[in-house]
Design a protein around this ligand. Structure first.
Ligand code: FEO
Ligand code: CA
Ligand code: CA
Length: 734
């Protein structure tokens, strides 16, 4: 999410930065300084062999080489795959040029169509969207929400999940946040009593806040293939069509359910909360449910002066998630509408975490703790409640990707915490996988997601990595911790960031999406950017976050981002160690000193964010950029990655040694789509037959309005098909 010139800053555009720790051991800092000094003297410091120790460094792979170590493991029973469809050997389409146009552009031979914009009714009997911004708040419980983000297409056969069904499916997507100025008559303002010109009074209208609350969350939309066989259309009035919003009741499950930390006036027993919020990237479970995420939930809460009523640990726990005592909330001000009665007062006061009552049952001091979870939704059960899976930890969840499942082995999920200097996690289930659970809905979720171990990643300087368990009474996570005493696993999970601090996790450059290659089993994570990297003392460059661009007077840190990847030891996703390298450095291609992946004008990019391996092993990369948008709007690229260690050791312009994957070429990464000016390209899924690719266009620029119908530049889904109706990126297609 990026600040746009034509919009005022919103909560989603504020990148949180609440990691005060110095999670680098002293010896590492010393050796890094020595290393940098030797480079400044003209040497390269350590040799590649010394730097990466015993890790194998192999030459660039050749796609035509039959001895390629990449093999299709074909062990992912739950991924919808079409058997004989293989990953193309090279990318044959013509790259889409840089563009800052008002419209989107897609590779020649393909068609891109906008569907399901903000406000689209999911049922009949509701007027279509109008630009007058006066549609009732309640009507948005049955309309597409705002800022479409992560999504998944669930093949449907009859009434059940069928991973290979393409004629009919449920498209499930996140609505991450709202652009208040485009959604409500008065945006952030309230009118004076005489209806004179709106003035900003730090107090919002109840109807405006309700509309915004209802524009967040998740949409479930039944889609059927169009009669011409190309693409899909919505099934209006389908019994599956549904919205879950920031006012829907959700269940807390796992170790935090019932904890004192989540008891509120709404549910003094601590098992339920109201709302899912700031749902960002998405995930699929191997059994066929939707895993939504809660990312920048901080933005809808406010906190007043109440530190004297909290323990030091409680106070630290809040601050570690950005909610300091003088935190005024970001601009949403959902806690501010005037209350005519107690019910309305409760509707809005729940967004204020200030401790005002005598106990947690009297106020919403713990409301904040009930957000920040991977949340499971069964799109096939329209009466089911979202399940907040607390065992996977509480942080600014970006998305959630599962590793290929194997019968009798634990199920493993990878996740990133998108804030500057935050961490990468994985969850290993206690229960072992059984293919019989496919289609098992939330019961399967109870089995795999409520009990297991959460780990956080340490990326060592030598290219090795390790996982540290966040388990109460292990690794110093107990009541003796002076910063935040951990009295139980509930506290470890609610304050997962603080627990990860204790075990020495590696601060990363804003971990966004995670995806696992179905070919190699290697895990890829976008590190979108970090303006503080190498700029602030607490975030020095490291091998895993090695760039800090400082042209002239400008200290931009890691302005353009990179994609890191790793291979778990022995190919076992439950392993405790891994080997990593940097798959790709994003940069404008002509920024020579930063162009460490040898990008050119057909494949350069900035701020990678969305990331999706399709079941053939094609990697799709989406951008959410503000650094290169004078040259090109945000984009979607297709890539054919190799594997860890297929490149070389390098030294960045910041003097940091690291290791980069094989160079980019027009054969292995190419720009496929460029969005309209001002947008973020995000959320990606494919129909199981590979003939339709869905992406989302979030917060497009003002000129997009006419395209979407009306004058408001509405977020929307874009459906991409091949003009001849064949498979996207089919091997035969030139
Ligand atoms: Fe919602 Fe980090 O993107
Ligand atoms: Ca982003
Ligand atoms: Ca994102």
């Amino acid at each position: 999410m990026t600040l746009l010139n034509n919009k005022q800053p919103l909560a989603h555009e504020v990148v949180e930065d609440s990691n005060p720790t110095d999670n680098i051991d002293f010896q590492t800092i010393i050796s890094r300084r020595l290393n940098r000094r030797s480079i400044l003297k003209g040497g390269t410091g350590l040799t590649a062999a010394a730097f990466f120790g015993a890790l194998p460094l192999v030459g660039c792979s050749d796609d035509d080489d039959d001895s390629s170590p990449i093999k299709n493991t074909d062990n992912n029973a739950a991924i919808p795959a079409q058997g004989d469809l293989k990953r193309p050997e090279t990318l044959k389409f013509t790259a889409v040029a840089h563009s800052t146009a008002e419209t989107m552009s897609v590779a020649a031979g393909y068609k891109a169509e906008m569907i399901l914009p903000l406000g689209t009714p999911l049922i009949s009997g509701i007027d279509d969207w109008k630009d007058n911004r006066e549609q009732s708040a309640e009507s948005f419980e049955w309309r597409m929400g705002d800022n479409h983000d992560g999504m998944w297409f669930f093949g449907k056969n009859g009434g059940a999940y069928d991973a290979k069904a393409s004629d009919n499916g449920l498209l499930v997507m996140n609505h991450e946040y709202v652009n208040s100025n485009e959604l409500s008559p008065f945006g952030y303002y309230v009118t004076q009593d005489d209806n004179a010109a709106p003035i900003f009074k730090n107090r919002r209208l109840a109807s405006d806040v309700r509309r915004e609350v209802n524009c967040h969350g998740v949409a479930v939309v039944e889609m059927k293939r169009r009669s011409d066989g190309m693409g899909y259309e919505m099934v209006t009035d389908s019994k599956y069509n549904r919205r879950l919003t920031s006012s829907s009741t959700a269940q807390l499950t796992g170790p935090v359910a019932g904890s004192d930390l989540v008891k509120t006036k709404f549910d003094p027993t601590g098992f339920q909360t109201r709302g899912i919020n700031n749902n960002c990237g998405a995930g699929l479970s191997p059994w066929g449910t939707y895993l939504t995420t809660e990312e920048n939930f901080l933005g809808v809460f406010a906190r007043g002066q109440d530190a004297s009523q909290l323990s030091d640990g409680q106070n630290y726990g809040r601050e570690r998630y950005g909610a300091t005592e003088d935190f005024p909330g970001w601009e949403y001000l959902w806690h501010t509408p005037e209350a005519k009665d107690a019910k309305i007062a409760d509707e809005f006061s729940r967004w204020d975490m200030t401790a005002v009552g005598t106990s947690a049952a009297d106020d919403y001091r713990n409301g904040f703790n009930t957000f920040g979870y991977i949340t499971e939704i069964d799109p096939f059960d329209q009466n089911s409640m979202p399940q907040k899976r607390t065992a996977l930890g509480r942080f600014a969840h970006e998305n959630c990707a599962y590793a290929p499942v194997e019968q009798g082995k634990p199920v493993v999920f990878y996740m990133g915490d998108d804030a500057r200097g935050e961490y990468i996690y994985k969850f290993v289930s206690k229960a072992t996988w059984s293919n019989s659970d496919i289609g098992g809905g939330l019961k399967a979720g109870d089995k795999y997601l409520n009990d297991g171990t959460l780990y956080v990643a340490i990326f060592n300087e030598d290219g090795s990595g390790e996982w540290k368990a966040l388990v109460h009474s292990q690794n110093g996570l107990d009541a003796s911790n002076t910063v935040l005493p951990f009295n139980g696993q509930d506290e470890v999970l609610v304050f997962a960031r603080a627990a990860a601090d204790v075990v020495g996790a590696t601060k990363m450059d804003r971990p966004e999406w995670v995806s696992v290659s179905p070919m190699t089993g290697e895990v890829y994570v976008t590190l979108t950017n970090n303006k503080y990297r190498g700029v602030r003392e607490d975030q020095p460059v490291s091998a895993s976050n090695p760039r800090s661009y400082q042209a002239g007077e400008k200290a931009a840190g890691n302005d353009n981002g990179h994609i890191i990847r790793w291979a778990e030891a022995g190919g076992d996703h439950a392993a405790m160690s891994f080997e990593w390298d940097i798959y790709l450095f994003a940069t404008p291609y002509d920024l020579t000193a930063e162009n460490l992946s040898q990008l050119n004008d057909s494949n350069d990019l900035s701020s990678p964010d969305g990331l999706y391996f399709d079941p053939r092993g094609v990697l799709w990369i989406q951008t959410d950029d503000g650094a290169y948008t004078d040259t090109s709007s945000c984009m979607l690229l297709a890539a054919l990655p190799g594997k860890v260690s297929d490149g070389t050791a390098i030294t960045t312009s910041a003097g940091q040694q690291t290791r980069v994957g094989m160079p980019a070429s027009n054969d292995n990464i190419k720009r496929f789509f460029v969005g309209p000016e001002g947008c973020e390209v995000t959320g990606i899924t494919m129909a199981p037959d590979f003939k339709t690719l869905f992406i989302n266009i979030q917060h497009p620029g003002n000129t997009w309005g006419a395209i979407a119908g009306g004058s408001t530049p509405r977020s929307a889904t874009v459906m991409i098909t091949r003009e001849d109706g064949d498979v996207i990126l089919a091997e035969s297609f030139v």
